[in-house]
Every structure is written in structure tokens, then in C-alpha cells.
Design a protein around this ligand. Structure first.
Ligand SMILES: Nc1nc2c(c(=O)[nH]1)N[C@H]1C(S)=C(S)[C@@H](COP(=O)(O)O)O[C@H]1N2
Ligand SMILES: [Mo]
Length: 325
């Protein structure tokens, strides 16, 4: 893959890899839109959303593409992005979340933002949808297991939310706590991980404009298997940092212990930046399989430093990324 530098430091492939936008808009999604009408922002989500959800569909979510923060890679098929998932609360097989996540109840939903902040807040879904203008951003997401996808997410920079709660001078890290309800999530109670699934970022990482508070994808609200109704997406880190179905965001002084770090500290560090030069103890991280590009003759792609989001390098200047993996 040929790479050129974009003005914002995101490495973009040359245009031979661009596929016309219309190609991605699946017929199914179009039909849904016709049947349900488009939902602008959060305005109609309350009423229309209930109707759509009752039919097992995800309401439309209007958002303007932010080209400055979008990769030009060919987008993954909606089908792949919604049927090949990691969401251990619903089982450990890739197909489990799509099969089991229908029991997740996403409305009503609140996220409480607390800890070292001057203005703690509890936001419901409508308030989250209205907090800042929704943008579409096409991000690569690289799983630590060695596969990647390219997904058009909908949301806004987490920094928009952070500035509203006014972190105190003691806030050094942000902790993301996700739902852990055995009644809705058949995988909770299994011993693979400690529950709830917790993730964390350093405050400056959380404030980086690429860190996306995510409410939708492919022009719709998030499917349940992808972390409905709200998750984060941190595109320069391995996928497990992008916690799904968040219920609490806590600003803290100390580095949080995260789910995967607790499970296997020698394998999953706090930072978990995508780094082809730092192998997982049990496998190489130098290359990846792009989901949808399978086939006997398809070559794996070279994994890029910071997943190609080289702009974030300044967050780690002076740090030994082999030590702080
Ligand atoms: N709550 C929660 N969030 C999670 C996970 C999980 O098991 N539970 N899995 C992570 C992993 S390993 C990956 S690769 C991504 C996958 O996101 P996707 O299924 O939307 O592609 O979600 C991350 N977020
Ligand atoms: Mo992952």
C-alpha cells in the first residue's frame, strides 16, 4: 500500500483504494431509511427510535463527514462489521455478539461523568446526541489479534464532553466503565475477564481530537453488538481500548487497572498503541488481515505505527514504547 501524509498527520492510501461512497450504502440500509425516515441528530430518536428498535432496526443518525479525520481505505462491509465482533459480555466467539446482543436494553441509558471534575454530569442518550455536532469519521480499527476493519463511525471528539465537566488539576487519567448486567449479558460471569470491562486513557490521549465518543456507525445508531448505545473509538490503539456500552466515565489521579491488563499484564499494557515493532508475547504484530480481503492469494497488510495515525506520536515523545507497551 502506498502511503502519503495528509495535513493532519493521518497516513492516507492513494486514491486507487477509494471506493465510491454510494457503493457502501447497502440496499438494506437504504430501505430502512425509507421505512423509518431520517433521524436528524437526537431530535426524533425518542419516538422514532423506539419504533425502529422494536422492529430490530437501528434508527438513522444524520452526520456530516469529517474528511480531515477520515481514512480513504475501502470501508468494511456492514455485514462484516456487525457479524465479526469482540464483545465478551456476549460470548467469546466472533459470532456470539451478533447472535446474543439482542437482549441488551439500550433505552433508557445514562452515562455518569464523575471523579476529579468540577461539574459532574449525568447524560441520557438524547443529551449525548445533542452535546456536539455529530460527525462521520472513517477510522481503521486494528484488533490486537491481528485483524482490522475500516468503519464509518458517527460521533464527536471526546474532548467536547471533557471540556463541559471541567477536570480538576488532579485528573490525570480517564476511566471508562461499561455495563455488566448478567441478566442482559450472558457472558458476564464467565471467568475470562473481570467485570465490568474497564478501559482507560491518559487525559491527554482522551483529549486528542481523534478520540471519538461514538454513538453510531454506517449512518445509524450503534448496533448492539458494536457497543450500543455509546462507546469510544481510539483508532491508534488496539481495538480492546475502544470500550463498548459505557455507563460511567471517571476522571482519576492514578493509572486505572484495565480489564485486559488485569487478565494478562505481560500481554496487554495500559498504552496498547498499535506498534508493528512490539510483538505480542505470543505472536507478531508486524502485519494484519483486513477483514473482507480474505482469500488464498490475498497478502496480509503491513501494520503501521499508531495504525497510521502518526499525528499522535507527539503524545509519547521521550517515552520508550517497548517498555510502555
Ligand atoms: N465492553 C467491551 N468493549 C469492548 C470489547 C469487549 O469485550 N467488551 N472488546 C474490544 C475489542 S477486543 C475489540 S477488537 C473491539 C471490537 O469492536 P467492533 O466489534 O465494533 O469492531 O471492541 C472492544 N471493546
Ligand atoms: Mo480486539
Amino acid at each position: 500500500m502506498l502511503i502519503k501524509r495528509s495535513p493532519n498527520g493521518i497516513d492516507l492510501p492513494f486514491s486507487s483504494e477509494i471506493t465510491p461512497r454510494a457503493v457502501f450504502e447497502s440496499r438494506r440500509s437504504f430501505m430502512r431509511q425509507m421505512a423509518l425516515g431520517a433521524v436528524a441528530g437526537g431530535a426524533l430518536l425518542e419516538s422514532l427510535g423506539q419504533e425502529a428498535l422494536a422492529q430490530g432496526l437501528n434508527p438513522k443518525l444524520a452526520a456530516k463527514l469529517n474528511p480531515a479525520y477520515s481514512a480513504l481505505d475501502k470501508q468494511s462491509a456492514y455485514k462484516d462489521a456487525t457479524s465479526y465482533n469482540n464483545f465478551y459480555e456476549f460470548g467469546t466467539d466472533k459470532s456470539d455478539p451478533a447472535q446474543n446482543a439482542h437482549t441488551l436494553k439500550t433505552q433508557p441509558w445514562t452515562v455518569s461523568i464523575e471523579g476529579e471534575v468540577k461539574k459532574p454530569l449525568t447524560l441520557d442518550l438524547d443529551a449525548l446526541l445533542k452535546l456536539a455536532p455529530l460527525e462521520e469519521r472513517v477510522y481503521r480499527l486494528r484488533c490486537v489479534e491481528g485483524w482490522s476493519m475500516v468503519i464509518p463511525w458517527v460521533g464527536y471528539s471526546l474532548s467536547e464532553l471533557i471540556k463541559r465537566v471541567e477536570p480538576t488539576g488532579n485528573a490525570k487519567y480517564v476511566e471508562f466503565i461499561t455495563l455488566a448486567d448478567k441478566k442482559q449479558m450472558p457472558g458476564v460471569g464467565s471467568r475470562v475477564l473481570q467485570w465490568p470491562y474497564v478501559e482507560g486513557l491518559r487525559l491527554d490521549e482522551a483529549n486528542h481530537p481523534l478520540t471519538l465518543l461514538t454513538l453510531g456507525m454506517y449512518g445509524e445508531t450503534l448496533p448492539k453488538q458494536n457497543g450500543a448505545p455509546v462507546r469510544i473509538v481510539v483508532p491508534w490503539k488496539y481495538g480492546f481500548k475502544s470500550a463498548k456500552s459505557i455507563v460511567k466515565i471517571r476522571f482519576v489521579r492514578e493509572m486505572p487497572r484495565t480489564a485486559w491488563n488485569l487478565a494478562a499484564p505481560s500481554e496487554y499494557g495500559f498504552y496498547s498503541n498499535v506498534n508493528p515493532e512490539v510483538d505480542h508475547p505470543r505472536w507478531s504484530q508486524a502485519s494484519e488481515r483486513r477483514i473482507g480481503e480474505d482469500g488464498f492469494f490475498v497478502r496480509k497488510r503491513k501494520t503501521l505505527m499508531f495504525n497510521g495515525y502518526s499525528d499522535v506520536a507527539s503524545l509519547y515523545s521521550g517515552m520508550d514504547l517497548k517498555k510502555f507497551f
